[in-house]
Design a protein around this ligand. Structure first.
Ligand code: UDX
Length: 476
């Protein structure tokens, strides 16, 4: 093929964490379906896990011109990429990975690159793109409601709303346009609670608006019908948006696969081994009777919190499927402190796995509720499957997402900042029994909109079409 007839070659560089990697693989596959060549860049840490737990190479073998390249994140091999250690990753990426990325583009074998798609939180990718003269489109895998709050951080500081004190937690926030009647201080991203606005998180996120505006455009894993008002706010800073989500479902729709079908296995990008036995357990349960509990790939709980949750779940009398990641409980020997009655209650009404095939679980007819940390992927997966939520946000964007779930979309109950067996029991009953029909109806209405936006003429379908066209026009 002569150079002029080569398809566009796009470099995709996700933030090296489970959620972003997961959704960027879906985007990569969508672009492969449009005939693009893709180079997908992951850190060695992520690559090792991908090789161990997924069939990533054989899945992408079918796409000519797809390749994975690894890059170092400069962290020691045993560095825990979870809990509060995860900020160190940003420093390492900036100092160690940036020069390696530039070297890859200038001295490596990456030829004829049309465009870079990189996570907008990794601003160094834009510096490198500008240096080597390649257009860059940013992608953010957080919710648009949270991204908008990030954009407003300078305003929050200027107005004196940040920092806030403990007794301001329930005060409404005024400096985030579009959310004035429901967003409280406690719903701001978790790092806003640190009391010191010079903390590394505020420093990292307060420049988001400026940073994002440097790129050609911004891809977002959301859809107009869910986050339209927030997208309009973001457009005031960055007009060229591509809301193409929910990405996991967008890909499935393009592949013509049925939700929850066996094709599910082929599209897994899990960095932990999935325990599929929970699907057999779900098959034996009544429709909408099970609450699925999972706090994503990063959150950790103390053993005291774990026991409060566990008591609450068992006492609720509701069937539950719980993901307890091997590294999700801080501290050792917690298993020895689990009381007998809890173990007994779990045998009767619960099922525990280390990692679940989550998309399949949420699509299962036995699941009627999701107790989630509100990572954005989990939230979108729940919205798409019409599963109402109990929200227990852990950090970052999750505090904002959970407020939107309860107060804006009315798709569930927010239990942020509480960890008490009595409250857990009450909320589980409220979601799964007392207000079950009301929540299921709302969730079902939103799920219909989520599905509609992915078919021809739908908002996310058209945004993706425009993105493909725009990248194609960069190639000529
Ligand atoms: C992180 C942040 O926590 C989150 O707030 C941000 O929006 C994205 O990056 P994470 O904590 O892993 O992600 O949460 P989430 O975004 O929900 O992603 C978790 C992914 O792992 C989901 O796609 C989910 O389907 C998958 N998962 C989770 C499994 O496949 N099995 C499980 O047992 C649990």
């Amino acid at each position: 093929m002569d150079q002029e007839n080569l398809p566009p070659h796009v470099i995709i560089f996700p933030l090296p964490l489970q959620g972003p990697v997961n959704s960027m693989f879906k985007l990569a596959e969508l672009l492969c379906l449009s005939g693009f060549h893709i180079t997908f860049i992951v850190t060695e840490y992520i690559y090792k896990r991908l090789i161990q737990f997924t069939n990533i190479h054989s899945r992408f073998d079918q796409y000519e011109g797809f390749q994975i390249k690894t890059i170092s994140d400069g962290l020691p091999e045993d560095h825990p990429h979870s809990g509060d250690q995860f900020m160190q990753l940003f420093d390492a990426l900036r100092s160690k990975t940036k020069p390696l990325f530039k070297e890859m583009l200038t001295c490596g074998d990456l030829r004829h690159v049309t465009c870079i798609i990189a996570d907008g939180i990794m601003g160094f990718t834009c510096d490198v793109a500008n240096d080597v003269g390649i257009p860059i489109v940013y992608v953010r895998t957080v919710s648009s409601c949270c991204l908008w709050v990030f954009f407003c951080l300078p305003k929050l500081i200027e107005s004196g709303e940040l920092p806030f004190h403990d007794d301001d937690f329930d005060k409404l926030v005024k400096s985030v346009p579009g959310t004035e009647d429901f967003l409280r201080c406690r719903d701001l991203p978790s790092f806003c609670r640190l009391g010191d606005i010079s903390n590394i998180y505020v420093q990292l996120y307060k420049t988001e608006g400026q940073e994002i505006a440097r790129a050609f455009g911004l891809i977002l894993n959301t859809f107009e019908e869910l986050e339209g008002p927030m997208l309009d706010q973001i457009r005031s800073v960055c007009p060229n948006l591509y809301p193409i989500g929910p990405l996991h479902a967008h890909l499935k729709t393009r592949l013509g696969a049925e939700v929850g079908s066996s094709s599910e296995q082929t599209s897994s990008n899990s960095l932990w081994e999935e325990d599929k036995s929970c699907i057999t357990w779900l098959d034996e349960q009544s429709p909408r009777s099970v609450i699925y509990v999972s706090f994503g790939s990063i959150a950790t709980v103390t053993k005291e919190q774990l026991l409060e949750f566990w008591h609450g779940l068992v006492n609720s009398g509701v069937m539950f499927l719980w993901v307890m990641r091997p590294d999700s409980v801080a501290g050792k020997d917690w298993e020895e402190n689990v009381p007998e009655e809890i173990k007994e209650g779990t045998k009767k009404r619960g099922y525990i796995v280390g990692w679940a095939p989550q998309e399949q679980v949420l699509a299962h007819q036995a699941v009627g509720g999701f107790w989630t940390h509100n990572g954005w992927n989990s939230t979108l997966e729940s919205v798409y499957e019409g599963v109402p939520m109990i929200c227990w946000p852990y950090f970052l964007d999750q505090q904002v997402n959970s407020r939107f779930v309860e107060a804006f979309w009315k798709l569930g109950l927010d239990m942020k900042d509480t960890c008490d067996r009595v409250i857990v029991e009450k909320l589980v009953r409220e979601l799964m029994e007392v207000r079950k029909e009301e929540f299921l109806k709302r969730a079902d209405d939103m799920a219909k909109l989520a599905k509609g936006c992915l078919s021809e003429g739908g908002s996310s379908y058209e945004s993706l079409k425009r993105l493909v066209k725009d990248i194609e026009s960069m190639a000529v």
